[in-house]
Each structure stands twice: as structure tokens, then as C-alpha cells.
Write a protein that binds this ligand. Structure first.
Ligand code: MRU
Length: 360
């Protein structure tokens, strides 16, 4: 990534305003939880891991500004801000994961007073960002073996550096294969209605010098039929305990198309996107967005202003269409219910051991 998607700068959350890309590279400085909430809601910052990082930083901003004089009052206020930030978007579980992690770290510091708690929350938000960079590069490394020399790769929406702290998930796999010198061609779906594929993915891939072909969403079947696609990789917004996966609207159709054409379909995502509390895809809340996103492209009206519109932002791909899930801890294959639970629990046990170890 040529720029940092999101950063913490002395009490300011600085994000790349993704609504302006690829035309302009504009940074947006958020100083309050409300500004962060709005940035998430209007997709100035977007993509599951990036939303989580932004929310954690938004909470650190709220904590910093607190005037509470004691621990109990402070925790009450912080929890209220966390509940508020959690309403920004409903589908990507990383948002709730990050906020829960922030609250937990504050609760654990039982002896800390208000000034110390403010520092703890700021440090935790920055740690979430740093860890994300490391997690994404491990996803790339783990998945790169799946990309063969000369491969045609299809991806949907944007699961790149812009959707995370820096490297991305699905695109991290592609970047890693490219860095290993493999000759690859990526087909990027434009991803209507908000065009994350053409505006963001094509921008990131061409910046990295990767051969990229932009297609409209309705061209994927033709491109597969012509034998140009060897593998499909997308990111995820929430992976249920049984492996059913919510991702940008259109992903489910691609997975079915891949199945029909005998093409393997992979998900690349951090373990923070796995939601063991949601048993299956039907239980994942799907965000519905403003109808005008479909009636317009940017400022241009492309439909009658009053026509009825249905605008679900995500769909769910049933686990049976997913060949494997690439995570930072390894590649998870079916049966997902068993294998996702064991990889998540193993990672949690390892983290707990690391936290208990005294710093060297
Ligand atoms: O509505 P968006 O742009 O936030 O949707 C993003 C996606 O669906 C991404 O594919 C997903 O969050 C994976 S991000 C690494």
C-alpha cells in the first residue's frame, strides 16, 4: 500500500477518505467518536479489519476526552461510547470484536485510575493496528502457495490494504505471490453499487505493478467460461461457526459460478473475522444501505429518482462452496465447524500464554 489506511497521530485518527479514491488521495482527521462513526457509516473507512481498527481508535478518542473523575464513571462512559460505535455498521464482526477487546483490556486493569486507563486504551488501539499488519502479511504468506505460476485470479470488492491496516487479506495473498516472482493476472470485479473493485482494488493492484483487468460484475461468468480464471479469492466480513461467510454483495453468486466451472473458491480473512457465537450464515445480520447508492453513481443519476430499490450490502456464501479459508494461523479446510473452532481456540490459548510471559 502506498499510504497508511488508518493511523493514530497524537490524539487524532487519520484515515484515507476512500470515498474520494481513485481521483484524489485525501486524508480525513477524526477527533471525536462521532466523527469516526460517520467515517465508518459513509464508508470513508471500510473493509472489516479497517472498521475494527477505526472503532478501537474512536473509542480511544472518546476515552481521552472523558472528564470522569473515577474509574466507575469512566468505565460507564467508555461502555456507552462502545455501544454507540457498534451501531455504525452491522455485518463486519471485526467492529464488535475490536470494541470488546478494548473494553476487556480496561476491565482487566483493575488497579488503574482514569489517566492510566486512557493510556491503556490508546495503546490497545495502536496494538490492534500493528497486529493487523502482521496478521495480514501472514495471511499473504500462507495463501501464496495456492497461486500457481501463470494463474488467473478473480477477486471481488476490495480486500486490500485499504480494507485493513496495510496489506489486505485476499490481496495480501496476491501481493505475496507477485513478490515471489509468480506471473499472475488479476480480474477485479467492479463491485456495484459503490465500486470498491474498480475504485480501490484496481488502484492498489496497478500501484503494485500487478497485471490487472477490470470487469463489470456481470462479466465474471463469461471470463470463467473462457478459462481465464484459475482461482477466486475474496475477503470476508463475518465467518459463522459452520464456515458460512458474509462478504460484499455478489460474492455468493461468484462462489456458485466458480463451482459450476470447477474453479476453487477461497476466503482470506483474519481469525478476528470468525464469529463462533454465530452458528450459521442465516444468523448474520445483513446491512441494507441507502437506495440512492443504486440509483446513482457518484453524483450522476442513472435511474428514475423514485424507482424502488433493494440494496443489501452483503450476501452469505454457504460453507460448502468454499474450498478453504486462509487465515494468519494457517489454511482451514472443511469440516469448518470443527476446524474453525480448534484454530480459534488454539490462537486464543497461545495469546494467553504470551500475555502471561514476563516481558524480556
Ligand atoms: O462495504 P464494504 O466496502 O465495507 O465491504 C467490504 C467487503 O466486503 C470486503 O470484502 C471485506 O470487508 C473484506 S476486507 C479485508
Amino acid at each position: 500500500m502506498p499510504v497508511k489506511t488508518i493511523d493514530w497521530k497524537n490524539g487524532t485518527v487519520r484515515i484515507v477518505d476512500q470515498t474520494k479514491l481513485p481521483g484524489k488521495l485525501v486524508f480525513l482527521d477524526c477527533h471525536t467518536p462521532e466523527e469516526v462513526w460517520r467515517a465508518i457509516r459513509r464508508l470513508a473507512v471500510r473493509g472489516a479489519p479497517a472498521i475494527g481498527i477505526a472503532a478501537a481508535m474512536g473509542l480511544a478518542l472518546g476515552a481521552r476526552a472523558s472528564r470522569a473523575s473515577n474509574r466507575a464513571g469512566f468505565m460507564k462512559e467508555v461502555k456507552r461510547i462502545a455501544r454507540y460505535l457498534a451501531t455504525a455498521r452491522p455485518t463486519a464482526v471485526n467492529l464488535f470484536w475490536a470494541l470488546r477487546r478494548m473494553i476487556k483490556v480496561a476491565e482487566k486493569a483493575r488497579e488503574a485510575g482514569v489517566p492510566e486507563l486512557k493510556k491503556i486504551l490508546e495503546r490497545e488501539a495502536i496494538a490492534i493496528l500493528r497486529e493487523d499488519n502482521d496478521i495480514c502479511s501472514r495471511i499473504g504468506e500462507n495463501g501464496s502457495s495456492l497461486i500457481k505460476e501463470g494463474a488467473g485470479i478473480l477477486t471481488h470488492c476490495n480486500a486490500g490494504g485499504l480494507a485493513t491496516g496495510r496489506y489486505g487479506t485476499a490481496l495480501s495473498v496476491i501481493f505475496a505471490a507477485h513478490e515471489k516472482g509468480r506471473r499472475i493476472r488479476v480480474f477485479a470485479d467492479e463491485t456495484r453499487p459503490l465500486l470498491q473493485g474498480s475504485r480501490l482494488t484496481a488502484w492498489e493492484l496497478t500501484h503494485a505493478g500487478i497485471e490487472t483487468t477490470l470487469i463489470c460484475d456481470n462479466m465474471a461468468a463469461r471470463v470463467m467460461y473462457e478459462g481465464k480464471v484459475d482461482i477466486v479469492i475474496t475477503g470476508a466480513d463475518r465467518i459463522a461457526a459452520n464456515g458460512d461467510t458474509a462478504n460484499k454483495i455478489g460474492t455468493y453468486g461468484l462462489a456458485r459460478l466458480a463451482e459450476v466451472h470447477g474453479i476453487p473458491f477461497y476466503i482470506a480473512a483474519p481469525l478476528s473475522t470468525v464469529d463462533l457465537d454465530t452458528p450459521c450464515g442465516e444468523m448474520i445480520p445483513i446491512e441494507e444501505r441507502d437506495p440512492d447508492e443504486v440509483r446513482r453513481i457518484g453524483e450522476l443519476w442513472i435511474a428514475p429518482r423514485r424507482v424502488d430499490v433493494y440494496n443489501p450490502a452483503f450476501d452469505v456464501t454457504p460453507a460448502r462452496f468454499i474450498r478453504a479459508i486462509i487465515t494468519e494461523a494457517g489454511i482451514v479446510r472443511p469440516p469448518y465447524k470443527k476446524n474453525l473452532a480448534s484454530i480459534v481456540m488454539k490462537a486464543e490459548r497461545e495469546k494467553a500464554v504470551m500475555e502471561r510471559k514476563p516481558a524480556e
